[in-house]
Structure formats: structure tokens, C-alpha cells
Design a protein around this ligand. Sequence first.
Ligand code: ATP
Length: 350
Amino acid sequence: MQGLEISKLTKSFGGAPVVSDVSLKIEQGSFVCFLGPSGCGKTTLMRIVAGLEEPTDGKVLFDGRDMTHIPTHERNFGMVFQALALFPHLDVADNIGYSFRYRVMDRKQRAERIDELLELVDLPGMQTRRVDQLSGGQRQRVAIARALAQEPLLFLMDEPLSALDAKLRDHMQVELRQLQRKLKITTIFVTHDQREAMTIADQIVVMANGKVQQVGSPVEIYRRPANRFVADFIGQSNLFDAILLSRTEVRLSDLTLAVDAVPADPETGETVTLCVRPESTILTPAKSATTGLFGKVTFVRDLGSSVEIFLDVDGGQVLASLPPASWQTMAHEREFRISVAPGSATVLED
Ligand code: ATP
């Protein structure tokens, strides 16, 4: 296979596994985020790919070649970490040029290549600026240029933007994505920030407790979370107990809802957990509806671009999210029947 293949990787520290039996295929040219809470093992997994950590078990293949025991410096993978490890006393050109130290190149070639890379990361003319005289975002770009200078086969980034303020971070996410599209370089980006992963990735690998919970595009993971952990970790969700009527239908209170991709385990008649995203709920004033969960409004939060409505229902709380214009027409109501937009309910694995 072209690209990266991780096969049955396990890593234990002192007998305790922090990465457990992870298998993944990352296609040539794609941008993949390892996403999960602190301590879930995402950095360890990336460090194994980089060759900075030996796996306890399993293999790392790149373009079909077994890299598991190849030393880091022979893998030709570019790396950018949160701590950038730039040389503060050197200027921008020498920081980038450091990547050329093993290359045969004359001064002119070296200078031209540095110019090209600075152009690429949108820092033209910065060659002689000292790194400690740059802003956080500019330093980040120098680190990216330095990693790209070695023309890596794979680009590995561990929380590279987490030290930046929110606005610059948003800006750099878009820039990084555009740069990656232009260069078509296979990239792995580690983050614990779900919004960042949703913005930047083609594919997200959601991890918890050293295990992969789900792999999919941002939209797939949001619309069809595999289990409670993913439903909870990515965005907001309403979880309901429902009865499985068939492989394509569930019953929620007095509603019959169509579902797809029902996990294999539960059998017809069993209680399953149903996930419904807040924007997939439909509210109808109780006086003009006869079916759906009965709910009373407890709190309304107007976020400007959407309105969140919290409702008490028998046995719990439901969060609905509506466009402001839709809410406006019924904002005076306090009692609603809650139903679900067709095709938007997901049966979770556990
Ligand atoms: P964070 O977002 O906080 O960086 P992470 O998901 O990247 O978290 P890892 O850094 O991979 O998590 O760590 C996973 C677990 O392995 C943690 O419990 C951590 O303490 C442990 N761990 C990591 N490196 C070592 C080590 N060298 N020796 C012992 N335990 C380690």
C-alpha cells in the first residue's frame, strides 16, 4: 500500500499498555488527525511512527516497507512539535538551512531553496531575522519550513498550534491545510481539540484509553458517532434509550425512526442507545402536536448564529438547537413535543 500502515501496534510502559492493538491505514496525500483526551496515547502512537519510541508489539510500514526498526533519522519524516526546538540565536535562514546539513549543495542553491520555502510559508524576506525576534505564528511557520526543507515522505505534527492565541490558531489551521493540499504531503496531526481536528483533517482517528474508537471524515464522525465516547467527545449529543424494532427502525417513545448502520450486537426488541445531535431535533409547540417526547423549556441560550433550548423530559434533559429565525416564531411557547429529523438518529455501539 502507498502511504502509512500501522499494524497491531501495542506500547506498554512498565507493563501497562498506553497504546493497545492499533491498526490503521493512512493513504498517500491525506491529512489525518489523531484526536483524543489527554493521556489517551496519541503522542505515543505518533512517536512510534516517528521512530522516537519502539513499539512493544506490531509494525509500522511506509509505502509497503517495514520501518518498525529503522532509526528516526533514516525514515525521512518531518516533525513539528509544540516546543519548536528552533535555535533562538540563529537567524531564520540558518534555522531552515540546518535541515540541509547533510546535503551536498552550494551556497547559491541553499539560499534559493530557503527563499522558496519562506515564500511557501508566507514569510518572504525574513531570512536574516533572528528567531527570537519573531511572533509565535512566524516561529511556527519557520518550524514548518524547516521540516519541509528535508522533503519528508511524511509530515508529523504534535499539537503544533497549541501555544498560539485562538485567532492566530484558526488562521494557521487554514494556512496549514492549504499548504498541505498544495504539497500533497501525507500528514499526521495530533490534537486534543475537536474543533481543530474537524477544521483541518480529511480523516480523524478518535482515540481513548490507548484504543482507536472510530476512524472517519469529520462529517462521518459527527453525524454517525460509533459509540458513547465519540458522541460525547465530538460536539454535543442527546442520548436516548430506544427499542430496536428491526435492522432499520427504532422506537423512541411513540416515534418510529429510521436508522442505518445498526451495530451487530443488539437484537430486535433490545434496548439500544440512540444519539441525536441538537440540531437534528424538531420542536413543535405541544398544543399543536400529539406525538413526540413531551418537554418543558428550562433554559434558552441565544448564541447569535443559533439558539440552544434546554428541555426537561420524562427521565432527563434534551438539548435542541435551532436557527434564530425558526426559534423566533415559537419563543413564547414553553411546552413542546420533540421529534427527530429523518435519517439523523444513530444507534451507538455501547
Ligand atoms: P497529551 O494530550 O496529554 O499529550 P496523549 O494522548 O498524547 O496526551 P501520551 O503522551 O501518548 O498521551 O501518553 C499516554 C500515557 O502514557 C500517559 O498516561 C502517559 O503518562 C504515559 N507515558 C507516556 N510516555 C511515557 C514514558 N516514557 N514512560 C511511562 N509512561 C509514559
